[in-house]
Design a protein around this ligand. Structure first.
Ligand SMILES: [Zn+2]
Length: 194
């Protein structure tokens, strides 16, 4: 329930606007972040009593602090639009950054867990393979690979690729599949498009 405030008809313009804050939550809708009506701190305007989620913190001519709706902050319509637009952009940016930080923390936790897993070297399978008519090997381990290993290949580098491939599979397994992992990487800002 919103907190009730007695309207303060004695508030004396002009007001000095200290801050305009959009208190609503934002949700991702496709590639946009949109405010959720009713999700903010619904408050009654100290001047007219109407409820609002975009709070204008003002000080009146007598030095009294009040919180009013944007329409009651005694500013031109252009200034109201400018300040409420900025408040919404700031709140949206903060919501986006919080979501990104949360996704990043989740991604990092999975990465650490997977990095701590022991690569099963004893399960690496090496099979002969044809590499453009030249003899080569295909290396696999569990569900990872194959990694093509030509006769000139740097075995250490090839094993690093197979290991990385295996850890990628483990990441996918932890989060519930490659699509979920890509979505998490996008949200975390770590997706490289690969
Ligand atoms: Zn008002």
């Amino acid at each position: 329930m919103p907190q009730r405030h007695e309207p303060t008809p004695t508030l004396a313009p002009p007001f000095r606007v200290k801050q305009v804050r959009d208190t609503r939550s934002f949700v991702e809708d496709g590639d946009r972040w949109v405010p959720v009506p009713g999700s903010g701190d619904v408050r009654e305007c100290d001047r007219c009593g109407r409820t609002h989620e975009i709070h204008a913190e003002v000080v009146d001519a007598a030095g009294r602090a009040a919180v009013v709706g944007v329409g009651c902050m005694n500013a031109t319509v252009a200034e109201q639009r400018r300040l409420s637009g900025k408040a919404t952009r700031d709140a949206r940016k903060a919501a986006r950054e919080r979501a990104r930080a949360a996704a990043r923390a989740e991604f990092d936790a999975h990465t650490r867990a997977v990095a701590a897993m022991v690569f099963p070297h004893d399960q690496v399978r090496r099979q002969p393979a044809d590499w453009g008519g030249k003899p080569a090997e295909e290396w696999r381990v569990q569900d990872a690979g194959p990694v093509i290993v030509s006769e000139w290949a740097d075995h250490e580098e090839r094993m690093a690729v197979l290991t990385s491939n295996w850890r990628q599979r483990r990441m996918e397994e932890r989060v519930g599949g490659p699509d979920t992992l890509r979505a998490l990487e996008r949200r975390a800002g770590t997706y490289d498009g690969g």
